[in-house]
Design a protein around this ligand. Structure first.
Ligand code: GDP
Ligand code: IMO
Ligand code: MG
Length: 419
């Protein structure tokens, strides 16, 4: 398939990095199209663990890796990440679109003061993502094309920086201890380091497709963190759903493609917001430990819930999923019994899709179906999985009417079974 889009179907951290790395071996280009360094994508290769925040996961296999216009870039983080990757690959094959927006220090400060002053804390990663996207909409953003040209950067910051400084100091009493000139110097320096990666991602992707090459799109976050279709306001500030692959790259949607949803075998969430199938107490603690469910970006403990088919049916609709990859099945190994949320109870009725009204969603209670537990030992193929594990997976397939193409049974690159 010339185009493959990988998306998270839950609240992020489904294992998109690992699956992207898997698909990357058969792809010519790997593209990030939304989000920023709020993402944390892990790829484990032998003894080595790579945690990527901005670089597309294809970089590990030295695939041409592109950062599209829809991504927000913290240049400090990107420069650091490039330094790290250069330890295994001295010449990373990276392209950055000039239209991508840049996260500036005042965005990070604004993220913190907004979060502090909010009654209902979102639990943001505090990486400046929201304020950077907001300023893109205000048309006050700094883009990659500005970062790499000192005179443009200075001219733009001359106008924008005093406004941000005033807001931070006067409205929030937060001192901004950097001058305009220091800011220009520091960021122009970062721009110099990154300028070599400039390229028109929209054009390059189209040219690659025209030449018969294969393009892999790596989503960040997950469907229910979508700015519009997620559990607003407890969401991120971009669109982690498949449609954004086109908008965030600058190509049209009429493609010969496959859309792959990544599904963790249970549910996790970092930050606030509804989690209908949430577990508490010892069971949640044990699963958190077994799955090492601590944020890749912030280290925060992730909240845990049973697999929620209501979320997944709705994620299928948002994304037009062609197939799913179920990850972390091994984490459920050893439980006597496990449950799946098959519907929500709302006002005495069962609903099978996530209600569009927040006030309805907040009232929903999980309807759970119980399954026999299983133990996963060293399985080499899908048929090696215990019958109870296969029953669990085949129930998911039947309910969602989407085929499972692969199953993850460990963090390591080769711990993935074709179904
Ligand atoms: P992403 O943000 O969707 O890329 O996911 P993260 O990397 O934030 O979180 C997924 C975590 O689970 C990482 O630590 C992965 O190494 C790990 N992982 C991925 N697939 C599997 C799997 O099938 N089993 C286990 N045990 N760990 C996995
Ligand atoms: P990956 O790509 C899990 C969550 C934050 C917070 C909300 C808003 O690794 O799956 P933001 O910093 O974006 O303003 O935070 O979104 N969040 C994620 N949760 N995985 C992610 O990315 C996330 N990116 C943002 O925890 O609740
Ligand atoms: Mg993650």
């Amino acid at each position: 398939m010339p185009v493959v889009i990988i998306v998270g179907t839950q609240f992020g951290d489904e294992g998109k990095g690992k699956v992207t790395d898997y698909f990357a071996s058969n792809s010519d280009l790997v593209v990030r199209f939304q989000g920023g360094n709020n993402a944390g994508h892990t790829v484990v290769v032998g003894e080595k663990e790579f945690k990527l925040h901005l670089l597309p996961s294809g970089i590990i296999q030295n695939k041409k890796s592109l950062i599209g216009a829809g991504v927000v870039i913290d240049p400090k983080v990107l420069v650091q990440e490039l330094e790290n990757i250069k330890k295994i690959n001295s010449n990373p094959n990276l392209i950055i679109d000039p239209r991508a927006h840049i996260i500036m220090p005042y965005h990070i400060l604004l993220d913190a003061v907004h979060e502090e002053s909010r009654g209902n804390k979102i639990g943001t990663t505090l990486r400046g993502i929201g304020p950077c996207y907001a300023e893109r909409s205000y048309r006050e953003g700094i883009r990659f094309e500005d970062l790499i040209e000192e005179s443009r950067l200075r001219e733009k910051l001359k106008i924008i920086f005093p406004i941000k400084k005033k807001v931070l100091e006067c409205s929030y009493g937060k001192e901004v201890d950097i001058s305009l000139e220091q800011l220009v110097k520091e960021y122009a320096e970062l721009g110099k380091k990154l300028k070599q990666y400039l390229g028109d991602v929209s054009l390059l992707v189209q040219e690659a497709l025209d030449a018969g090459k294969t393009v892999l799109f790596e989503g960040a976050q997950g469907a229910f963190l979508d700015m519009d279709f997620g559990t607003y306001p407890f969401v991120t500030s971009s669109h982690p759903i498949a449609g954004e692959a086109f908008v965030g790259t600058g190509i049209g949607p009429k493609q010969n493609l496959k859309i792959v949803g990544i599904v963790k075998a249970y549910t996790t969430r970092v930050g606030s917001g509804v989690l209908v199938s949430e577990l508490h107490g010892e069971l949640a603690d044990n699963l958190r430990k077994a799955g090492n469910e601590f944020g890749t970006t912030t280290g925060r403990p992730r909240r845990i819930g049973w697999l929620d088919l209501v979320l997944l049916r709705t994620a299928k609709r948002f994304n037009s999923l062609d197939e799913i990859v179920v990850t972390k099945l091994d984490v459920l190994s050893g439980l006597d019994k496990l449950k799946v949320c098959v519907a929500y109870e709302l006002n005495g009725k069962q609903v099978k899709e996530v209600p569009a009204l927040t006030s309805d969603l907040e009232k929903c209670k999980p309807v759970l179906k119980e399954f026999k537990g299983f133990k996963i030992a060293d399985c080499k193929s899908y048929s090696d999985l215990p019958k109870e594990a296969r029953d669990y997976l085949e129930f998911i397939e039947k309910e969602l009417k989407v085929k499972i193409s692969m199953v993850g049974i460990g963090a390591e690159r080769n711990k993935i079974l074709n179904k």
